[in-house]
Design a protein around this ligand. Sequence first.
Ligand SMILES: [Zn+2]
Length: 261
Amino acid sequence: MAMVVEAKYADGTGVVNALRMVPAEWRELQRAYRIGDLVMPCCPSPAIPKVSANGHPFFAHASGACSSSKESQWHLTAKILVRSELENLGCRASIEEPGSGVAGRWQADVLAERGKVNLAVEIQRSYQSLRDYCDRQQRYSAAGVQALWLLRDDRYRTLINSMGKERLRTEFGGKFPPSGHFNPCLPGIPVARLELEPEPMISGAGFFSARVPQLLDAALNGRFMWVDGLWCIDNLDAMRMAAQQSRDRAAARQRDKPSCG
Ligand SMILES: [Zn+2]
């Protein structure tokens, strides 16, 4: 079960987002909530605030079962996660946001705006051809919107395979380079693999890996880059983010120390 980070109050007074709460606040929610106070975003099931084996707060279905399909559950969980992380990075962000430009209309899974940057994150769950990826990418760039594709493992593999064939055909004349190896990604399609279980994680060709906020921050800052057939974050940024995360973790540990120590 993918980890859901946001639940709604049943009385319509708003939402609770696990990514905006320090551990002490989450524990207080776990202590104080009553079954039925909170509802899952995917179906009418009551939401139960929990903590994963790795220490991540999330909401689970009270009954253990979701009445929406596994696919749409994954898709919605991913959209809410990406929207929440983009908001945490100072963006105005929304889900299923329609728009248009000179090359046509779109509906972005998540559309974010921060300063002069507009970023569309497409969380593709169903098959589409390389041509479709290119067309949709073109529609965004024609409207001055950056696009980022986050794909589930099966879709990612299919796209990587198509992109590799395209590179082989257009750049290497259909013949493998003498080294016998080349990297598959096309420069026009910024793409990474998104996994939600056991916890949200980004990865990609060439052993690329990142946390979700790290990738989104890089995309907003123009640091998610195509280098020689691979999409990756420049190393400087990754190191800075790792240092920040370790400072954040240290600060969180400090905050949660029992005061009677
Ligand atoms: Zn559900």
